[in-house]
Design a protein around this ligand. Sequence first.
Ligand code: PHE
Length: 488
Amino acid sequence: MAEEAILGYLAKNQEIADSGEFAAQHGLNHDDVVNVVKSLHGFRYVDAQDIKRETWVLTDEGKTYAASGSPEVQLFLAIPPEGIPLEELQKKLDPLLFKIGRAQAAKNKWVEMGKQLVSRKVQHVDDTVKDLLLQIEGGKVINQDDIKVLKGRKLIATQTWNGYSVRKGPEYAPQRKKFAADLTREMLQSGEWKNLEFKEYNFNAKGQPIEGGHLHPLNKVRHQLRMIFLQMGFEEMPTDRFVESSFWNFDALFQPQQHPARDSHDTFYMKVPAITKELPEDYVERVKRVHESGGYGSRGYEYDWNRDEAIKNLLRTHTTAISTRMLYLLAQKPFTPKRYFSIDRVFRNEAVDRTHLAEFHQIEGLICDKGLTLGDLIGVLHDFFSRLGMSKLRFKPAYNPYTEPSMEIFSYHEGFGKWVEVGNSGMFRPEMLLPMGLPEDVRVIAWGLSLERPTMILYGINNIRDLFGHKVDLGLIKTNPICRLGVD
Ligand code: PHE
C-alpha cells in the first residue's frame, strides 16, 4: 500500500517533501512508509534524504493528565459549591495530586483557602492543560508559551523524529519490477524464461551460518600437536584403554606400593572389574624383585611387594602406563630405536577447581635409543616446545619415582610476563627398564604435559570448567577460531 502510494505520487509530483506529512495525508503508518522508502532507496527507485525533527511527546505524568484531567481541575471538581473542610478535601484526593492541584488552583485563583473551608472562587473552569496535552498527543503544533509551561511542569519531553524527503531515483518506475529468483522446470517447458528478468546474484550477501558439528578447541590443539609429533618422526601409541591395572600404571614404573599417589584419594579404583586377569608373570616376578631387593646396581625399596595391590584395576592416572607397555613389548624383540607419542585422557581423584578437573588429557613423548643423555632430552624439549611457540625454556630438578634425573619444564610466557610450568620430564630409571629386558645401554628420555594447559593459554580461557565438562559454553565450542599452533 505504502509502496504504491509513494511510487504513484512521484509519477505525478517532483517530490515528497516530508514522509511524516505524506503518511498523515494518505492515512498510512509512518513506520511502514519509512521501511518502504529505505527499500526503494536501496534499489535506487527513489533518492531519499534524512529529515530529523525535535518533537514533543507526553511524559508518563502528562499521559495520566491527558486521560483523567489536570490535578487543578480534579481538585476544583472535588470542591462542592458550599465548600469543604481542608482535611476532607485532602481525603478525597491522592496526596501528590492534592499537592500539585492545590498549588495550581491557587495560582489560577480558582479556589479560596479559608481557615474553615476551602471553596470555589469561580463558577466554571476549563481544563486547558488537558486540552493541550491531547493536542500534543495528536501530533498538533502548539504555541511556544504553552510548550514552556508544560515543559516546566515536566508533562512533555522532546523526542527526535526521523523521516525522509523523497524524489525519483535513477531506476525509478511507477511499479517495482518483479524478478524471478529461481529458474524452474515449468519456465523451461513453457518458454516463459525468455521473457523473464532474473534477480542478480548478490555476492555480498552473507551465507547461512553452518549448523553442523563443531570441533572443540581441545580437538583442534590435539590435532596440531599430533602433526608436530608426526613431523618429528614419532609414532602414535595405542591409548584405547581407560581402565588399567595398578601393575602397568604404577608397579612396572618402579613406583612403590605405599606411594601416596596410589591412595584412593588420588586414584579412582574400579569396583567392577576390580582386578586384572592377565599379567606377564615372569616380568611380574622381576618387577617384584626390583621393588623388594633391587638388582642392576640398585638396593630397591626393601619392602614386601604385594601382588594383590598390583592386580587392582584403576582408571589410568597417566598415559605413562601405555609408554611402559610399549617399552615392554619393544624389549621382547631385537632392539630397534623408537620415538613414541600419545595424547589421551587420564583420571585423577582430585578436588575440582579453576585449573583442575578429575579427568584431563595428557600429551606424552618418549625416545628410546642407545646412549641417549640428558643433553638429548633438553635438545628434544627445545625442538618440541619451540614448535608450540615456546622457545624460551628453563628446567628445574624434580622427582618422579620412575625417572632419574627428572626435570620440570618452564616456559616464559610473553603475555603473562612470567615463567609458567608447562611439563614434566626425565630419563626412565634402570629399575624400570632393565626388568623389561631392554639392553643395558638403552636409555629412554620422556616428557609429559597436559593438553588443557596450552589450550587454555591459546584460547584465553581461565577457568577449565568453561573448556571441558557439563558447564562448557556452547557458544565457545561453536565459534572458536582455528588453532594456529605451529603455523606461525
Ligand atoms: N607421567 C608424568 C605425569 O603424570 C609425566 C611424565 C612423563 C614425566 C614422562 C616424566 C616422563 O606428570
